[in-house]
Ligand binder design. Structure first.
Ligand code: 13P
Length: 257
């Protein structure tokens, strides 16, 4: 983390978990624990059907609500989809773009990621752009090239003014839901690379202001060491964000003086 130049953001990604009543129970347990973090912004990414209730439930708290994906067109004949504008209109603040599960199961490509990033920014949402390599790609030694490609594709056509509103999340696919975390050094190396690419594209001032998270089996035990790395500015947390006490422990690790 480097709190002088950029925000620390701890975001929970609930994926396809929690009914409305479970969302209410989480809010009741979590809000009193949270209080007012000094340094870190807290985000919860929830299933589309629970966005509006979550916005109401967390209205009087420091939690921002995020969507897990959006469509890249503002409106039109796209059955089942939700546009960035619609999300913005109900009070959503962030949207995840290009999560590896969406790349893997729903044909999300670097091209659609780019379109979604631009659509989100156009609508006034902050995209949380996920990038990351598979185990095979890491073993082939192409991680940094792949990350550079994903970051450049995501940002094509995005102005320096707007890139300030983009958050990146480095999520190695082999670490997601597996209990196997990247070492703090591995996470730092890739987050540093992401920042170096942004620096090449937009200059040093812009690059040092961009929040870059790590995601992949982050938990209360490993959060502190990961977040202590200079280019790891937060976390995108799956499993451990479903339990109020575990999520809170990670926030505490990010919020220490
Ligand atoms: P886990 O924390 O469950 O590994 O999930 C990470 C993730 O995919 C967050 O987007």
């Amino acid at each position: 983390m480097n709190r002088r130049y950029r925000k620390t953001i701890i975001a929970g990604n609930w994926k396809m978990n929690k009914t409305l009543s479970e969302t209410k129970a989480f809010a009741e347990a979590f809000k009193p624990m949270l209080g007012r973090p000094r340094w870190c912004d807290v985000v919860l990414c929830v299933p589309a059907v629970n966005l509006q209730p979550a916005i109401r439930l967390f209205k009087d708290s420091r939690v921002s609500i995020a969507a897990e994906t959006c469509h890249y067109e503002p409106s039109g004949a796209y059955t089942g989809e939700i546009s960035a504008e619609m999300l913005k209109d109900i009070g959503v603040k962030y949207v995840i773009v290009g999560h590896s599960e969406r790349r893997q199961y729903y044909n999300e490509t670097d091209l659609t990621v780019n379109k979604k990033v631009r659509a989100a920014l156009e609508a006034g949402l902050k995209p949380i752009v996920c990038v990351g390599e598979s185990l095979e790609q890491r073993e082939l030694g192409v991680t940094m090239e792949l990350i550079a490609y994903q970051v450049k594709c995501a940002l094509a056509g995005v102005s320096a003014e707007r890139v300030r509103h983009v958050v990146f999340a480095y999520e190695p696919i082999w670490a997601i839901g597996t209990g196997r975390t990247a070492t703090a050094q591995e996470a730092q190396e890739v987050c540093e690379t992401i920042r170096a690419i942004i620096r090449k594209l937009y200059g040093a001032r812009v690059a040092r202001g961009v929040t870059i998270q790590y995601g992949g089996s982050m938990n209360p035990q490993n959060a502190f060491e990961l977040l202590a790395q200079p280019d790891v500015d937060g976390g995108l947390i799956g499993g451990a964000s479903l339990k109020p006490d575990q999520f809170m422990e990670i926030i505490k690790a990010a919020d220490q003086d």
